[in-house]
Design a protein around this ligand. Structure first.
Ligand SMILES: Cc1ncc(COP(=O)(O)O)c(C=O)c1O
Length: 381
């Protein structure tokens, strides 16, 4: 047989899925497993969104739409994000995608040429590196500082004439870090002086517990070089609906739409009508509940006396176990085996020696999970 794709060979299956699978296997064996692996809200999709989708289906909104999405939704997204983020986008600059993940893929495919370098700050979400590779680019990993914020001096030291773009993710998965205005200003200066694109993944922007969300797109001179990625997965508990948004300079948006028209075509049509109604819903009750859990998790973490990130946004915390274990994967697997608490090794996020804990779980589950984690650590050391 002829060899398969050399490009796909360079990427591997997502590690988060592996730990979810191991947890489900234990659950099937009858164990009371607590899963703190989830990258999705544990809330149900709001009823009005479901009602909108049903109405769309019953009223014939079941056919193809333009690849970039229905004009009504593109307009509503342009209006809402211009208001929320302080940018100025028109409907023609909005692409409705199959989740934020698809928006990132289209963006990278549209801006990269072979061997272009793309900066990714670590710890980082699992899909950036494979996505850069799939688009023919070279990922350049740059470690954040001790507060998990981008280190601009380090960033500058990694730039070459091949550097084409920087990926930003604030609020951050897996650390929960929210980038400060100073850090964003400094990155914007670097992007402008080196003529770089910025792909700004803001899918957790609704989940900020300290201060306000700031988009780099709103900073002086950044709108024309920034692609904002957003969506309804995390903000409206709609992970399975697959709806994301990309807001890009016109020429980039046009490339993304070309790509979409020959690959996925439009996203699911009833979902687009439901998304239009979702945009006007207030989902701050989810943020309030996540904040309550986050505060509780921080209290429990204090008792463990191990270093950890402080999640000012999103729903993850990174626990540093390097002082008690030489291998985060072994630690995670033992915690799952002995105490039936599922987490994800930090190595999956380029942060060896740490463990990602998601607090997208009920308060009761978090309470029980931390009882077990505490017991496990006492046994371990
Ligand atoms: C940082 C980050 N970006 C993007 C996504 C993609 O979200 P979706 O494709 O479900 O909208 C996720 C999902 O886990 C994420 O954590």
């Amino acid at each position: 047989m002829r060899p398969l794709s050399e490009t796909v060979k360079t990427i591997s299956e997502s590690i988060t899925l592996k730990y979810n699978r191991l947890a489900l296997q234990l659950q099937r064996e009858g164990k009371r497993v607590i899963r703190l692996t989830a990258g999705e809200p544990d809330f149900s999709t709001p009823e009005p969104v479901i009602a909108s989708a049903l109405t769309a289906m019953k009223t014939g909104k079941t056919r193809y739409t333009p690849a970039a999405g229905i004009p009504e939704l593109r307009e509503a997204v342009a209006r809402k994000l211009s208001r929320d983020l302080g940018g100025r986008w028109e409907a023609s600059q909005v692409v409705i995608t199959n989740g934020g993940k698809h928006a990132l893929h289209l963006a990278l495919m549209s801006i990269l040429n072979p061997q272009d370098e793309v900066v990714i700050f670590t710890p980082a979400w699992v899909s950036y590196e494979p996505q850069v590779r799939l688009a023919g680019g070279i990922p350049v990993l740059v470690e954040t500082d001790s507060s998990y914020l981008p280190d601009v001096a380090k960033l500058k030291s990694k730039l070459t004439e091949k550097t084409k773009a920087i990926i930003l993710n604030s609020p951050n998965n897996p650390t929960g870090a929210v980038y400060s205005p100073q850090v964003l200003e400094a990155i914007a200066e670097v992007a402008k002086s080196h003529d770089l694109y910025v792909v700004s993944d803001e899918v957790y922007r609704h989940l900020v517990y300290n201060g306000d969300h700031l988009s780099i797109a709103s900073l002086d001179g950044m709108l024309e070089r920034t692609i904002v990625v957003d969506g309804l997965s995390k903000s409206h508990a709609m992970t399975g609906w697959r709806v994301g948004f990309a807001l890009a300079p016109k020429s980039i948006a046009a490339f993304m739409i070309r790509l979409m028209s020959h690959t996925t075509s439009n996203i699911n049509t009833p979902t687009q009508w439901a998304a239009l109604d979702a945009l006007s819903l207030d989902t701050s009750y989810m943020r309030d509940e996540f904040k309550r859990r986050r505060d509780y998790v921080l209290e429990r973490l204090k008792r463990l006396k191990l270093p950890h990130s402080t999640p000012d946004g999103a729903f993850y915390v990174l626990l540093d176990v390097s002082s008690i274990s030489q291998n985060d994967t072994v630690w995670v697997e033992e915690l799952l085996k002995q105490e039936h608490v599922a987490t994800v090794p930090g190595s999956a996020f380029y942060a060896p020696g740490t463990v990602r804990i998601s607090f997208a779980a009920s308060f009761e589950e978090l309470e029980e999970a931390f009882n077990r984690i505490e017991r496990f650590i006492h046994k371990w050391i």
